[in-house]
Ligand binder design. Sequence first.
Ligand SMILES: *Cc1c(COP(=O)(O)O)cnc(C)c1O
Length: 363
Amino acid sequence: MKCLQHLAWARSDRSSNDFRSDFVTIPTLPMLAAISATTLGDGDMDEDETTNSFQEYVAGLVGHEASLLVMSGTMGNQVALRSALTSPPHSILADHRGHIIILEGGGPSSVCGAMIKQVVPSNGHHLTLADVKKHATITESVYDCPTRVISLENTLWGTIFPLSDIRAISKWARAQTPPIHMHLDGARVWEAVAAGACTLRDMGECFDSIQMCFTKGLGAPLGSIVTGSSAFIKRAKWGRKLLGGSTRSSGVIAAPARVAIETVFLGGLLRSAQEKARYASSVWEEHGGKLQLPTETNIIWFDLEASGLRDEDFYPMSSQFGLKIGAPLYGRICFHYQISEQAFERLCEFFKAVLKKTNSPES
Ligand SMILES: *Cc1c(COP(=O)(O)O)cnc(C)c1O
């Protein structure tokens, strides 16, 4: 692979100081090698061996019967919600900060014709069964828009949804008549597992469908997956078709995604990025910095105002330390496996320097 070092695929150093998101991770040469070695059967007709075996592999990881490769996390969520919502009137219950609400172009209303009940968690961190019971619509009078899906996110903004709360919500949802479909937006569920909060199988038991991204911390070039029962995935194929996500040589997507799971997730690389996040977060707090949310996985949500800082004190100074933070993703610092030791150390130095400014008597 020496002769390939000039390719963009060999340049993970380009994201080594980029803390804006974990989707800035650069696909690697082993992923490119997997693309060159893939079978090239037709994905739309289920004839690609690489894709089929990958879908079986991922379904097995979460303990679901089947799974379906899709182009993106947004497509995965929308395909899953559309498959679960069969006829209006229907509503989805979700945390008000959910990606399906704030970052998917209103998909649940246009793609699924669904109303969304946005719930603010009463504990300020995650939804509990009490929140769900209070806001779900389980009556079916002519005035009602019944809750047919509960859509949870784990991790949500980098925070972990406690397994005990997920289990309680799932048990209650399934005891309703008809049972309420449990969907997980698990774009970053890999991070919750890496943090030791749950296993993929735990998630598989609690949810009827799961969407997982390969392009965040795992660093694949593209792709997401939806898992569920065989009957559910049969419906999901229609949704994928309609949204333009049925592809011909789908092994081109599946092959590097498998490398991403095996090398980054199973290779323990998410965990070491999280350790850096937790350490940097403790440096921030030790020097008087305040957080909007606790640092539970790979994302630090700093609170500049509460830390006595203005945006113009913070963001321009970060670039003096050779760090990419901010535009267009303000308010957070995200860790991924391609962050270098040097950039991590410079981040800690930056935190100390910028906070010193606010705490010094002359300021
Ligand atoms: C990134 C993300 C998605 C969407 O993934 P895309 O591939 O960007 O469409 C969905 N949900 C969550 C929680 C995400 O972080």
